[in-house]
Structure formats: structure tokens, C-alpha cells
Design a protein around this ligand. Structure first.
Ligand code: BJW
Length: 234
């Protein structure tokens, strides 16, 4: 049985074959928008209607997709892993959550969304978090405070990713670090491989092609996640 302390980081590439678009298209646009317009606090302040509409469309699109063989393979691994297993996803979709709901994980498992979740919203005044399965209005009333609005529970550029202390502690104590389907273009996630290496972990990259940080890993396995991830956990 597998054992030891495992940290897996996933990115948009693991959900690509489910039909969720990845981020870094060659035209530099994010589904037709400049990143600063839709994924920064300044963009939201300047045009809340545009930003809410962008995330409303993404939320609706999420209802049309399903977890793929790579998400299911990680759920199977979590069910039989005997040590600690922290699955850190940069993805705001809920495809890992859905795969794990079908196959209860072992006691040492935790799934953490470091860049937030599309199906949640938070209050701009209090930070209170609420489930958000549907659309948000441009200035959506907050149940937490009359001073604030509800905004997508998404970590935009310039904001602090979530649960960093927990992630850094796990990286400091991990034996194996695996990065799956991420370009290594966005920090702090792009620096996790170096933190894991410094603590003596073996490091492995799984991606369609070598990422920007490929040389930082001990090993790379390249090809579609739905082929590489099931092969890895077998
Ligand atoms: C497949 C596949 C298949 C395809 N199978 N693989 C200068 C230097 C260093 C840092 C900075 C800097 N200037 C600014 C910064 C900081 C900034 C940053 O990193 N900017 C970079 C652009 C340089 N970062 C931040 O602002 C972060 N906050 C922060 O740093 O706070 C301060 C801090 C200090 C110290 C400690 C901790 C914090 C916040 C970043 C928030 C990112 N949020 C986003 C947007 C969410 C909004 C939304 O969803 O609309 O999160 S950005 C976007 O990128 C999204 C993703 O989670 C993230 C990563 O993207 P990912 O997952 O890697 O996707 P892609 O598309 O880039 O790559 C997909 C990969 O899959 C590719 O390699 C494909 O080949 C592969 N692939 N199909 C396998 N079938």
C-alpha cells in the first residue's frame, strides 16, 4: 500500500479534457477578456457587471461538465493512501470534489482550493463565505453586512491565496510532490516544487508538455492527464 506524506498540486490541465478551458491561450486573452478586466480587484471595482457576468457564465458552464479519468484516479489514490495526502488545487471548478464524493478518502486526506471556488461567493465587507450555485447581480446584497456586496469567491491577481500556512507546512514535511496540469506561470504555486525539493521530497511533473519550471523537477511524464494520471496511480 502507498504510504508517506504526499502533496499533489493540480492546475487547469487536469480539467481540460472535461471541457473546462485552460487559462493561458496564445492570444493572451481569457475567454475574450484581458486578465486585468476580469481577474483583479481593480477590474471588479471598475466594472462589477462585466466581472459578475463573466463568472456567472463560468458557473453555468461548470454545470455541463463532469470529472474525468484523472480526477477519478486521484480519488482512488486518496481512498487507499495510508499517510497524509494534501491535494492542493489551483482550480476553481468542483471536479475534484465531485470525484472524491463518489469514493470516500482515507483519514489523512485533505482537498484544498487555494484560488477559491466558483460555486461560492464572499462578502466584500466581512469576508463571510456562502454557497453560490447560481448567478450574482452586479451589486449583489450580502447576507453578512449592509456595507458589502457578494463577489465571486475567487483569488484574483494581487490577492493572497488561501490556506498558505497549511500548504507550506505540508510541503515542508512531504516525501513526494506531484504537480499535474499546471503551466508554472503563477506564483506562489509555481514555487511549491522548490519548497518540496528543499525539504528533501522527490518531485514529479505530469503535464501535456514540459512546463516553464520543468527543469526544477526530478522527473517529468508528458501526455494527456486522463492517460498519465491513471497510469501513475496504478
Ligand atoms: C494539460 C492538458 C491535459 C492542457 N493534460 N496537461 C512577478 C513575479 C512573481 C510573481 C508575481 C509577479 N508579478 C505578480 C506576481 C504575483 C502573481 C503572479 O504570479 N503573476 C504571474 C502572472 C507572474 N500572483 C498573485 O498575484 C497571487 N497572489 C500573490 O502572489 O499574493 C502574494 C503572496 C506572497 C507570498 C506568498 C503568498 C502570496 C494570486 C494568484 C491568483 C491566481 N488566480 C487565477 C485566476 C482565477 C480567476 C479565474 O478563474 O478566472 O487562478 S490566475 C489563473 O492561473 C488561475 C489558475 O489557478 C492559475 C494557474 O493556471 P494553471 O492552472 O497553471 O493553468 P494554465 O492555463 O496556465 O496551464 C495549464 C497547463 O495544463 C499547461 O501547461 C498545459 O500544457 C497543460 N495542459 N491540457 C495535461 N489534457
Amino acid at each position: 500500500m502507498p504510504h508517506g506524506n504526499l502533496v499533489i498540486l493540480t492546475g487547469a490541465g487536469i480539467s481540460a479534457e472535461s471541457g473546462v478551458p485552460t487559462f493561458r491561450a496564445s492570444d493572451g486573452l481569457w475567454e475574450g477578456h484581458r486578465i486585468e478586466e476580469v481577474a483583479t480587484p481593480e477590474g471588479f471595482a471598475a466594472n462589477p457587471a462585466l466581472v459578475q457576468d463573466f463568472y456567472n457564465r463560468r458557473r453555468r458552464q461548470l454545470a455541463t461538465v463532469q470529472p474525468n479519468a484523472a480526477h477519478h484516479a486521484l480519488a482512488e489514490l486518496a481512498a487507499r493512501w495510508e499517510g497524509d495526502f494534501l491535494l492542493v488545487t489551483q482550480n476553481v471548478d468542483d471536479l475534484h470534489d465531485r470525484a472524491h464524493a463518489l469514493m470516500p478518502p482515507g483519514p489523512g486526506f485533505e482537498l484544498l482550493h487555494m484560488h477559491g471556488e466558483l460555486l461560492k461567493a464572499h462578502c466584500t465587507a466581512t469576508g463571510g463565505i456562502i454557497d453560490c450555485p447560481g448567478d450574482l447581480e452586479p451589486r449583489h446584497d450580502s447576507p453578512f453586512s449592509s456595507e458589502g456586496w457578494l463577489r465571486p469567491h475567487i483569488v484574483w491577481f494581487g490577492e493572497m491565496p488561501l490556506r498558505m500556512e497549511r500548504i507550506e507546512a505540508a510541503l515542508a514535511g512531504c516525501d513526494l510532490f506531484v504537480s499535474i496540469g499546471t503551466s508554472g506561470a503563477v506564483y506562489p504555486a509555481a514555487g511549491f516544487v522548490q519548497m518540496a525539493s528543499l525539504s528533501g521530497a522527490r518531485t514529479l511533473e505530469v503535464n501535456l508538455e514540459p512546463s516553464m519550471g520543468a527543469r526544477l523537477f526530478d522527473e517529468g511524464r508528458y501526455g494527456p492527464a486522463t492517460e498519465q494520471v491513471p497510469a501513475l496511480v496504478d
